[in-house]
Ligand binder design. Structure first.
Ligand code: FAD
Length: 477
């Protein structure tokens, strides 16, 4: 079959792209997704449909690629890396925190030669993609496909109220809108899950476009390789259903030597500071597991709002932390601070483990290699320990479950704990970085075209030069 555009991967980016490109009836678009497709909302499995359910990112979920990675050299066990394997991709299994980066993040990409990506250039797209149900101003959209809301303060569970009050009393300002360019301080977290429905790009972008005659969506189809004629991409070879043994290759022919591929792997490293909830304390069951958050600038940091702390609580179905991974659940009842390093100095590398595309890659995050990263995490964890002692938390928690008193005794002990317990918020990016002519490590140009070949683009977060100080779904659409 011939199509004008073939999109490999029906995730957050792929669904959005398919919907936008097929707006032109003269362009035929094929979207291929390795995981299952669910065209009918009625048949969407609960763990994908409902935002408070984290079952889809559990290690043994059929909707999870379940990769492993190395976080730091000091870790004895590999980290579990969830990625969505279903229409909507990771956006169908994620935590629905809907945060933008800071203007400085996008402006720094523009300064690196990607002028189209400055804050003023991306802002119209942020507005276009959302309908913010709470904030009406020049920075927010009112007609976009993704609905965004915050849990109103009167509905916060007592643990979230305690978080908010304790951070205010630590001296952080109230932040009425975490998606405002000036954002800083403590407030309600914007989420794309009104009515508790996880509004992935599959629901918000793809489904309304499915009726188009020029758009074809195929689930359960895994692309095996891009087919080239010389250096021009002309097609995609796929495997449907069971992988055919005879398709195995012993080597991959090199079409282009692009030294930046796989380098510059960026992420938001995080650590969970576990609280011991008292008997009978209300934790999130069928309400958002993240309701309040804090953004602040670390002591002595030149990077504004480079730290984020959210409180997560859960009990009941699909146990797990929506942004820090279901596999962290402890007996299905948990309360913790999720401490996130929003702009790390350290970066890692992604390499192939096999020529077989069905085998996951080697993911080596190399978190905390830069001392500044360790210092900021240490400071944030000590802040959490102080917050836990606040009078509002006293009736709700009996203390910290981890790190323990011995870990907090000295900086050396705490650093060792951080290295051993560092985790991910699943916001990997940067491994096919964009950049201008003359930037040898740039894999794509700022229009996502792969340098050195024709007819091939990478349209996902791997093109971002770095993470932004936010969660990661937000893309230009
Ligand atoms: C557990 C978890 C929690 C998260 N929480 C948040 C959050 O709260 N807020 C937020 O903003 N972000 C969050 N994120 C991150 C966010 O969801 C991702 O950054 C975003 O979805 C990535 O979009 P993408 O299109 O680049 O990739 P994906 O959405 O992962 O899409 C890639 C798609 O490609 C498919 N695919 C891969 N290989 C092939 C192949 N060879 N052939 C065919 N199809 C293929 C995959 O199955 C997948 O559907 C979270 C992520 C995870 C995993």
């Amino acid at each position: 079959m011939k199509y004008d555009v073939v999109i490999v991967g029906g995730g957050s980016a792929g669904c959005t792209l398919a919907a936008r490109l097929s707006e032109d009836p003269n362009r035929s678009v094929l979207l291929l997704e390795a995981g299952p497709d669910y065209p009918d909302f009625e048949y969407l499995p609960d763990e994908i449909k409902y935002g408070y359910n984290n079952g889809a990112s559990e290690i043994d979920s059929p909707f999870n690629w379940s990769y492993t990675a190395r976080g730091s050299a000091q870790q004895s066990q590999p980290m579990n890396i969830a990625r969505g394997k279903v229409i909507g991709g990771s956006g169908s299994v994620n935590g629905q925190v809907f945060l933008r980066g800071l203007p400085e993040d996008y402006d720094s990409w523009a300064e690196q030669g990607n002028t189209e990506w400055s804050y003023v250039n991306v802002l119209p797209f942020f507005r276009k993609q959302e309908t913010d149900m709470d904030v009406r101003d020049d920075f927010h959209g009112t007609e976009g496909p993704i609905p965004v809301r915050r849990v109103p303060r009167q509905e916060w569970l007592p643990v979230y109220e305690a978080f908010h009050q304790s951070t205010l009393d630590e001296g952080f300002p109230y932040d009425p809108d975490m998606n405002n360019p000036e954002t800083s301080g403590t407030g309600a977290v914007p989420m794309n899950n009104p009515g508790n429905i996880r509004m992935s790009a599959a629901l918000s972008y793809l489904n309304p476009a499915r009726h188009r005659l020029n758009l074809t969506v195929r689930g359960g189809v895994q692309a095996r390789r891009v087919v080239f004629e010389g250096t021009r991409a002309v097609g995609v070879e796929v495997e449907s259903g069971r992988r055919a043994e005879h398709l195995r290759e012993m080597g991959i022919p090199v079409v282009l030597d692009s030294p930046g591929v796989g380098k510059n792997l960026r992420d938001h490293p995080m650590a969970l500071v576990d609280l011991e909830p008292r008997e009978g304390v209300a934790l999130s069951e069928d309400v958002p597991r993240i309701q309040t958050g804090l953004r602040y600038t670390a002591e002595g940091s030149h990077l504004r709002s480079d730290m984020q702390i959210t409180l997560t609580s859960y009990a009941g179905v699909g146990g797990g932390d929506p942004i820090a991974g279901a596999s962290r659940s402890r007996n299905g009842k948990t309360l913790h601070f999720t401490v996130i390093l929003e702009l790390a100095e350290s970066s890692g590398e992604l390499t192939l483990a096999s020529t077989d595309p069905a085998v996951g890659p080697n993911i080596d995050y190399r978190y905390l290699e830069d001392e500044f990263d360790v210092q900021r995490m240490r400071e944030a964890i000590r802040l959490c320990a102080r917050l836990a002692e606040h009078e509002k938390f006293q009736p709700l928690v009996s203390g910290l479950a981890a790190p323990g008193p011995a870990d907090l005794e000295s900086d050396e002990a705490l650093d060792a704990w951080i290295h051993a317990n560092i985790g991910t918020t699943f916001h990997s990016c940067g491994s096919a970085r964009m950049g201008p002519d003359g930037d040898a490590m740039a894999v794509v140009d700022q229009h996502c075209r792969v340098r050195g070949v024709e007819g091939l683009r990478v349209v996902d977060l791997s093109v971002a030069p770095n993470v932004v100080r936010a969660t990661r779904t937000r893309r230009r659409s």
